[in-house]
Design a binder for this molecule. Structure first.
Ligand SMILES: [Zn+2]
Length: 115
């Protein structure tokens, strides 16, 4: 996809990370913060957050999903629950907004650029 796989996963100078997209999967309650299914934000190159032009994202939904992203950026063993479970809810109880985390690509980033 972006040439990342040319590098050994075991190369200590490189960190293998997935780029992620967090998408509003469904809203089972009342949309409080104006999001619709399909709204999303992306995290690429470990820490770069983007919301599509002209759209916004709910701060609290984002806060709920953020702690999971560093794990989702990394390859996980098949049996790890974090590898199987990709849905997260916004904490607003009226809203019942469910997001899903998708992996959009994989890249190798020089470790020295990340730490
Ligand atoms: Zn919200």
């Amino acid at each position: 996809m972006n040439g990342a796989s040319e590098h050994d996963a075991g190369d200590p100078a490189m960190t293998e990370l997935y780029d992620l997209r967090v998408v509003v999967d469904r809203i089972e309650g009342r949309s409080v913060c104006g999001l619709q299914p399909g709204d999303c934000f992306e995290v690429t190159e470990s820490n770069r957050v983007r919301v599509p032009e002209g759209r916004h994202f709910c701060l609290y939904a984002m806060a709920a999903v953020l702690p999971l992203l560093p794990a989702k950026q990394r390859p996980l063993p098949d049996g790890d629950w974090m590898a199987q479970d990709s849905e997260v809810a916004c904490p607003d109880p009226d809203e019942r907004l469910i997001m899903r985390i998708e992996r959009t690509g994989r890249r190798a980033i020089p470790t020295r650029d990340l730490t």
